[in-house]
Design a protein around this ligand. Structure first.
Ligand code: PLP
Length: 400
């Protein structure tokens, strides 16, 4: 079936909760994807950074196949032989004593919020059901009702009330405003070190460090949502590392399973994680042996292929080349590692038409909000590929 036919079927039978570019991908390899017409594209979205290791990484594929032939799901009612090793390797890599695996990012966010509330009651002694959690304007933490309850984006939120109470949002990048919002009932602050869906928004230098100090001073937990920024995307293992901050909890997902499988996790030390008692939280699929085998190999690929270093070096190179393009449409080019946003001026009439033009040139990128183009290719990209992409991006950004 061709592109047109497949799109027609999708639009007829599927919910319209996305507005995708009209490219129908049938195959991927490394940084490249191929559509049903045989056209090749450079993937500059990486499934919102779930594909840091590139498409169909052969090592992860082998791990998936090998595990799928043995056992795929046990539920946590029984133990499996992959979960302990996943825990151990994740702990050794990240320095956190414990973790709790879930599937989607949103579930891991909920997992962190629940244990933060419990910590508030059991440890901080906040009065029953008075715990508050502070988040930042422009946040994106997922799509559950509780999570959209503290979104500041009307599109994500407004149709879906009534909302979960107990959350307070403060301006992003303003540590003083955050400190002012803290009360004796504040259990936690949850922040993205760089706001991805918000538009690759990088807060002022020192912000996260200051937030971390404010949290410590006030006996408030700091939760970093690194679902998109973590695992090498910004040129460090975690974006929090850029400021030497060690949050009390880190939430990861997306690239944790190299695009093969939904795997997420919350990282914390045992004083927090041990608050969860049997039966208080769970997931049928969380921690299943297939997920664990895939995630273990995905982490090994990040380390053994030096993807964090590659992200730092090639991210800097890509950013420099992009910033050189003398486009009248561009307001700002910003980024850390291979996490780059090109913000367009209001007069540019939106990012969508630029993304469509990039598609014609063999590059897939997606607008965030209406006026920002995100460039976040798989971290396995090389310099030659960036050099291939730059003149194409140049032509698109220079159009009228
Ligand atoms: C993608 C994302 C999520 C949600 O993850 P899902 O797997 O889509 O539920 C949460 N937080 C951040 C920062 C994200 O980028």
């Amino acid at each position: 079936m061709n592109t047109h036919e497949l799109i027609e079927i999708e639009e007829k039978y599927g919910a319209h909760n996305y507005h995708p570019l009209d490219v129908v991908i049938e195959r991927g390899e490394g940084v490249w994807v191929y559509d049903v017409e045989g056209n090749r594209y450079l993937d500059c979205l990486s499934a919102y950074s779930a594909l840091n290791q590139g498409h169909v990484h052969p090592r992860i594929l082998n791990a998936l196949k090998a595990q799928a032939e043995k056992v795929t799901l046990t539920s946590r009612a029984f133990r499996n032989d992959q979960l302990p090793l996943f825990y151990k390797e994740l702990s050794e890599l990240t320095g956190y004593e414990m973790s709790l695996p879930m599937n989607s990012g949103a579930e891991a966010v909920e997992t962190a919020l629940k244990v933060a509330r419990k910590w508030g009651y059991d440890v901080k002694k906040i009065p029953h059901y008075q715990a508050e959690i502070i988040v930042a304007d422009g946040n994106f933490h997922g799509r559950t009702i509780s999570i959209v309850s503290f979104s500041s984006e009307p599109l994500y939120k407004d149709a879906f009330g009534p909302f979960t109470p107990g959350f307070l949002s403060v301006p992003y990048g303003d540590a003083a405003a955050l400190e002012k919002a803290i009360t004796p009932n504040t259990a936690a602050v949850m922040i993205e070190p760089i706001q991805g869906e918000g538009g690759v928004l990088i807060p002022p230098a020192g912000y996260l460090k200051k937030v971390s100090e404010v949290c410590k001073k006030n006996n408030v937990l700091l939760i970093a949502d690194e679902i998109q920024t973590g695992l090498g995307r910004t040129g460090k293992l975690f974006a929090s590392d850029h400021e030497g901050v060690r949050p009390d909890m880190v939430i990861i997902g997306k690239a944790l399973a190299g695009g093969f499988y939904p795997v997420s996790a919350v990282l914390a030390d045992s004083d927090i994680m041990s608050l969860y008692l049997p039966g208080e939280h769970g997931s049928t699929f969380g921690g299943n042996p297939l997920a664990c085998a895939v995630a273990r190999e995905s982490l090994k690929v990040i380390v053994e292929e030096n993807l964090v270093q590659n992200s730092a070096e090639l991210g800097e190179y890509f950013l420099e080349r992009l910033a050189e393009i003398p486009s009248k449409h561009v307001k700002e080019v910003r980024g850390k590692g291979l996490f780059i946003g090109v913000e367009l001026k209001a007069e540019a009439r939106g990012a969508r038409r630029f993304c469509e033009a990039l598609q014609q040139k063999g590059i897939l990128a997606k607008e965030t909000h209406s006026h920002i183009i995100r460039f976040a290719p798989p971290l396995v990209i090389d310099k030659e590929t960036i050099d291939w992409a730059i003149p194409r991006i140049y032509d698109v950004l220079m159009m009228d």
